[in-house]
Design a protein around this ligand. Sequence first.
Ligand code: CTP
Length: 414
Amino acid sequence: MAEVTAHDPGPTDGRSFVVLGVSAGIAAYKAVEVCRRLVDAGVHVAPVLTERATNFVGRATFDALGSEPTQTSVWDEDSPIPHTRLGQRADLVVVAPATADLLARYAAGLADDLLTTTLVATAAPVIVCPAMHTEMWEHPSVRANLATLTGRGVAVVPPEEGRLAGGDVGSGRMAEPETIVAAVLARLADDRAGPAGDLSGVRLLVSAGGTREAIDPVRFITNRSSGKQGHAVAAAARRRGADVVLVTTSAQPRPAGVEVVEVETAAQMEEAVLARSAGVDVVVMAAAVADFRPKVAVDSKLHKSDGVPELVLEATNDILAELGRRRRPGQVLVGFAAETDDVPGRARAKLVAKGVDLMVANDVSAPQVGFDHDTNAVTVFGADGTVSTVALAAKAEVADALIDRIVTLLRAPS
Ligand code: CTP
């Protein structure tokens, strides 16, 4: 029988084992609430603080609220061997707050304290909850580190706008504890349910979000797409066993286990999608790709004193139509059509023009449907003439209904 060390809680009575990592940011005080809520929800919480995080919140607070004593160092235990124990044992690791420094160390694979060692030693899903000043949050190095991590399947609960340390206001404030706890519990529930598996072995690429086309360094043309529906398709496909690549312009949370490619413009989305399309079985173009972009993006900011600029636009390439031309036998192509009038007519016309199997149409003039809502209502038109509708439902449910249609097509003899 394995020896039970001072920090080994022994069996967790079937409860999920979550490592709550806390790095050194003022938002560490909110991690106390995350800890309490997770324990209240029946989760076994092992708090791991970085040494410097203890300058913000004392170990005693987490000792009192967590399910086992707080640890900060690989030397906390008699033998340093258990430095990988937490990572190996965890069902999930959540880092809240994740500072710029923590993200950099994690992205680089450093294992210079117990928290980073745990992150590097774990095969469990990881959720990071960044918190930092706006300038740091927007810094290219932080963006690059996050892109590296999301590319490895790390999920992100993005920060929100609000008051920051020192009284500044901006984006970078850690998400609220209830949002973080909901993300953790949802992931644990998904893992317990296990992937339904009907997309097991299927490679699926999904695009999401509205593209941004630069006018000058500070201005761009975009649209109202939030990326929520595309991210929901990525999460649902992953849950059902697919290997998923998500090409996105959106800052929506990254679903765990999904490879994420961040893009901004229609041209970047085109490059990212076409480079990968030959290697996948399904492409879902949920992105709202700009149809036009400024012919010239000016290098330096346009000023009022220069007069009203004359915007000359040029057409972008139609990615979905190109996918239709390149399609290989058996590949399933899905498009989205956000319309405000004659939804069936326009959707059917696009289905044919772009040469796709399914066109998912929604009437974005209806309440609670489409852009930026958490709900959607769609009609799915098939090239084979089949039509199915999903009444107003959470975007996650719409995603599952769409995947049901995709599964049927994949199983159909070609
Ligand atoms: N699409 C694309 N590349 C573009 C424009 C659109 O791949 N340059 C894809 C979208 O991702 C979506 C589908 O085509 O899956 C339909 O997009 P939509 O904007 O509704 O159609 P358009 O062809 O742009 O037609 P219109 O603007 O006339 O409605």
